[in-house]
Design a protein around this ligand. Structure first.
Ligand SMILES: C[S@@+](CC[C@H](N)C(=O)[O-])C[C@H]1O[C@@H](n2cnc3c(N)ncnc32)[C@H](O)[C@@H]1O
Length: 174
């Protein structure tokens, strides 16, 4: 197993945790979409829980994942649904933020923990079609009501099961 992250702090703390638990995983620093790893070195590539929002160029990222996978290898994504930036965190009712758009290409995060960071937005159709065009067959796509992460002490109406908050995608390298 090999984990990649561009933060030295994330890489070293993940490595320490894996070593403590005796999990045979090596973490190295990489700025995706340049992994620095050999081609066809993986049977499965996973990204998720706040990965895609940092990538402006999905095409380059999916091309790199395709290069890393052996033929018939699997690519799994579990991410925040692209609609999530639109939901307010109001407790009484689900509301759409007037300052955000589904088809916008980015927004500035104004909540914990990414406060102030510019996050990239990719619509669901863009994600799926870019994945297909990179040479993958999409085997599974699902939308989930539960967010992948629940901030402590907040109970937004948008998380009560009525609207999508996450998606999962499983694709096979063709
Ligand atoms: C929200 S965290 C998710 C981490 C991990 N997927 C998890 O579930 O714990 C996002 C991570 O992406 C990393 N990151 C952001 N841009 C990156 C890039 N271009 N290449 C590699 N890692 C990146 C950040 O350093 C951060 O650790």
């Amino acid at each position: 197993m090999h984990g990649l992250d561009y933060s030295e702090a994330a890489v070293s703390s993940a490595q320490r945790r894996a070593d403590e638990l005796g999990i045979p995983c090596r973490y190295t620093r990489a700025v995706m979409p340049t992994s620095g790893l050999e081609g066809a070195c993986a049977d499965l590539v996973y990204t998720g829980k706040g990965g895609l929002i940092w990538l402006s160029d999905l095409r380059a990222f999916f091309a790199e994942v395709h290069r890393l996978l052996r033929p018939d290898g699997w690519f799994y994504v579990y991410e925040a649904h692209p609609l999530v930036p639109l939901w307010t965190w109001d407790a009484d009712e689900i509301r759409v933020r007037p300052d955000r758009g589904y088809f916008a290409t980015s927004h500035v995060n104004d909540t914990f923990p990414g406060n102030g960071a510019v996050e990239h937005q990719h619509t669901l159709s863009t994600i799926v079609m870019t994945c297909r065009r990179a040479g993958f067959e999409v085997e599974h796509l699902d939308e989930h009501p539960e967010p992948f992460w629940l901030p402590e002490g907040i109970n937004a109406a948008a998380w009560d099961g009525r609207v999508p908050n996450a998606f999962s995608l499983l694709a096979r390298r063709a």
